[in-house]
Design a protein around this ligand. Sequence first.
Ligand code: FAD
Length: 469
Amino acid sequence: RGALVWFRRDLRAFDHAALHHALRAGGPVHCVFVFDKPILAGLPRDDRRVAFLHASLAELAQELETLGGHLVVLHDDARDAIPALARQLNVAAVHAAEDYDPAAIARDSAVAAALQADGRTLHLHKDQVIFAKEEVLSRVGKPLSVFTPYKKSWLRRLEAEPEALAPWHVEPHAAAFAPGASPLPSLQDIGFAGADLAAVGIVPGMEGGAALFEAFQPHLADYGTARDYPELDATSRLSLHLRFGTVSIRHLVRTVMQLSARGQAGEGGATWLSELIWREFYQQILYFNPQVVEASFKPAYDRVAWETGAAADELFAAWCEGRTGFPLVDAAMVQLNTTGFMHNRLRMVTASFLCKDFGIDWRRGERYFALRLNDYELASNNGGWQWAASSGCDAQPFFRIFNPVTQSERFDKDGAFIRRYLPVLAALPSKQIHAPWLHGGVPGYPAPLVDHAEARQRTLERFEVVKGK
Ligand code: FAD
């Protein structure tokens, strides 16, 4: 009776676990994507991620048609729409990729139950990571909460199971596709206005992902040394494509390992692979500890008394809007607000600043990033924020507090990044740009809203409650 492949965060037509398994089981294979109303509710009308999704779906639909299939795109609640479509098509099974986000797990269980009531099965396949769930554990079979042992165990597993990188082929089994054609609803049809992706340098879809990775490969060798300097633009920018599966993680890992084996990736190859392993580390942390969505990974850290009330709200608004008076923090927030991207070093600096200079709960910052980041991913965002707040697994110890001025002097020495995003400071000499208030200030740019040394002291006191925990 065939199957239905439910696309979610795997928007490609190659190396695709769910497609591969459905096609191999025999056709006809139908494909569907649901613009899930509960997820879309509350997003701004010009949300770039929705525009990215929409453009990527147009490409995917075309690619599936070239292969002999077609993509149905619905705007509905997936919990109802998937069982209903499966019933309408009378398929025996639905195939999709595993998702480790607790809300997605709950949605998938509800869909599986509804399908089962009709005598159908939901098959979930690992696709967006190399290793998931119980596949990487300690030597005594326990989940790991420190990165270095996790990474070692991940690499050991890959050595023992190199086939984990093998592609899930689609094309050789394409005869099983159900042909057809379905109109793609417009962005307006689903309540969005669209966004100018090109203006912020984003090329959506498989084409965009492949082009970015191609362009990044010659820079891999320098990644280890250059990746911390925001102005150098030395990172891959693939996070958005990894988020929506317009690239294949297996292809990325295979390629970087091949380049490394040929001596073409230098030190940077291993460092970049480590970052991809961080991504999987946070996904397994979330899988084994779904409570981190709301709670600190280290429970004692929920005893920390964060600043609240009108004064804290004022500080929070200033942080969001990039007017804290600390140029690197403000430039980073402007980058986020205007492009939807923020460099990793700056995510660390701004998150640390909110929690440790302003004393504001990491959850507030996390939610702001979730709204603004094009590459927003619950596991990595929560992991990053809890790292900065010191409440997370393998986090920064609470007494290590970034100094926003020395971070600026180190990672944006000449102030080029600050100048790019804060034109009001563009004319300042490099020596003055990191702390303009020490040099008389600049009209139109705020004085710092806190004194870092005093804030640092308050933070050390605030965290007294977790000492030894
Ligand atoms: P590259 O440096 O080229 O790295 C390659 C890939 O590795 C990235 O695309 C990403 O998938 C993964 N990666 C890199 N660093 C990390 C990391 N520290 N943790 C997990 N995965 C990593 N990443 C997101 O994808 N979504 C988020 O919502 C997110 N929120 C963050 C919040 C904070 C407070 C912090 C400190 C980090 C966050 N990160 C997040 C991780 C990281 O900043 C981004 O993945 C990275 O900046 C994306 O740029 P890139 O693709 O050029 O990365």
